[in-house]
Design a protein around this ligand. Structure first.
Ligand code: GRF
Length: 187
């Protein structure tokens, strides 16, 4: 059965695009109903417009976490949203929100978690001259980049220049998020 999802993103939105494209190509049994964004200048908003998907801009300077999250919970209930996909969303979600959607929120992170949680994961791997890097898609819990892993894949980066590393990681992200969504749908 077709599930309904929203994507949360704050920046470029290449993962948002990969998910939307997979949905339109019926590679995932999920329709993307809405983009939630906290940054009015984010390129992901333009991607949403071009894809015919509405954006809800949330203003963390004007409203409290509780106000924003209560509004989202109410709206997602009315829309009968089944899943939330985080794709470069640079705001924390409170334990109240995460608990409400237990096992329904997925996140993608460009590292072999539990290694390099938080920002600049790729930069840290490069600075440490790691031989391998990776991508993880996991369920979201109350702690940052911490919940149960759904899928993780490693890539060897020995002898590869940093620009190419970023490109390889992002290509892997776009494939892996779709695989993770399909895996979750089968569970
Ligand atoms: C990705 O590297 C993702 O893993 C991380 O934020 C970045 C978002 O990239 N959580 P994009 O906006 O989807 O291009």
């Amino acid at each position: 059965m077709l599930k309904k999802a929203v994507v949360f993103a704050s920046g470029n939105g290449s993962n948002f695009q990969a998910i939307v494209d997979a949905s339109k190509a019926k590679e995932i049994d999920v329709s993307i109903e809405l983009l939630i964004c906290n940054n009015e200048d984010a390129y992901v908003i333009e991607r949403a417009i071009n894809s015919g998907i509405d954006t809800l801009l949330v203003d963390y300077k004007k409203y409290t976490y509780f106000e924003i999250e209560s509004m989202l919970i109410k709206q997602f209930k009315e829309m009968k949203i089944d899943y939330i996909f985080l794709a470069g969303f640079l705001r924390k979600l409170s334990p109240y929100f995460v608990t409400h959607f237990k096992n329904k929120i997925l996140n993608i992170h460009p590292s072999l978690l539990p290694k390099y949680k938080g920002l600049d994961a790729i930069e840290q791997a490069l600075a440490n001259k790691d031989k391998e890097i990776g991508v993880t898609v996991h369920y979201v819990d109350e702690k940052l980049d911490n919940g149960p892993i759904i899928i993780q894949e490693e890539i060897n980066i020995m002898g590869i220049d940093s620009e190419q590393v970023y490109q390889n990681v992002h290509e892997l992200e776009h494939r892996l998020y779709i695989e993770a969504i399909n895996k979750v749908m089968e569970e």
